[in-house]
Design a protein around this ligand. Structure first.
Ligand SMILES: [Zn+2]
Length: 242
């Protein structure tokens, strides 16, 4: 199972990751959070893959905008959160649901906060998780619908996965997140080192995603908040930090 960024130059979004997941054995291909159809259809075709599954983590347009066009082009099945309005949804997902790609099984958990019905999809055996806009490298999603309590718990659940789990988030926000993290914990050497590395990667036009659970435990000030109040204060500070 190999996740690849399907968001090629020419897309309408500059910082969204649209993950294509391909299973060699069964030939199945999933796309996670296709905000736009054209770039993922083009990338799948370039690789000789046909998209058979669409998995949405939440309803926002930059995650679901390509659903219907992908479905009409490929007949893909669309799976998304039960509690949200998902264009073209065939399968409603909630806590404990499963998605499959060949023999790979993804376990659904509910991670409310950014939106109320937001889900994450965890491939435990493969140590891969698709986390949408809940956890970003060195950051987390804004609280558009949920409460700090909900988001804090959601982040703690993701941070409780095995340390080598690769987290595929939906945006390239790491540089801005890292700058903020360095102001929250100025004495944290792991944050300083990672920020320096992220600057080099971004200067070279390279991606900083996926991240890992282990890296986030060391460098993510939201994951590292010791209680809800501290988390809520940091989230409010980040909203005005930019
Ligand atoms: Zn969103």
């Amino acid at each position: 199972m190999t996740p690849r960024d399907g968001n090629r130059p020419g897309t309408s979004f500059s910082d969204n990751y649209l993950w294509l997941v391909h299973d060699e054995e069964s030939g199945g291909t999933a796309v996670v959070d296709p905000g736009d159809a054209a770039p993922v259809l083009a990338e799948a075709e370039r690789r000789g893959w046909t998209i058979s599954e669409v998995w949405n983590t939440h309803w926002h347009g930059d995650h679901t905008g390509g659903n219907l066009a992908i479905k009409s082009a490929t007949g893909a099945r669309i799976s998304g959160p039960l509690a949200e309005n998902i264009p073209g949804r065939d399968v409603a997902l909630c806590e404990g649901s499963e998605v499959r790609l060949g023999k790979h099984v993804g376990r659904v958990i509910e991670v409310p906060g950014h939106t109320l019905g937001h889900i994450a999809i965890l491939f435990d055996e493969e140590r891969v998780a698709f986390v949408g806009d809940t956890l970003f490298a060195m950051g987390c999603g804004r609280l558009f619908e949920g409460t700090p309590e909900q988001m804090y718990r959601s982040l703690q659940r993701l941070a409780g996965l095995p340390a080598d789990t690769r987290l595929y988030c939906a945006h390239e926000y790491t540089l801005a997140n890292g700058r903020f993290a360095a102001t929250v914990e100025p004495g944290n050497q792991a944050i300083a080192d990672r920020l320096s590395n992220v600057r080099h990667l971004r200067d070279a036009g390279r991606s900083t995603v996926p991240t890992t659970v282990g890296e986030e435990r060391e460098t993510n000030p939201f994951v590292r908040s010791t209680n809800v109040e501290e988390f809520a204060r940091r989230r409010a500070e980040k909203d005005s930090f930019g």
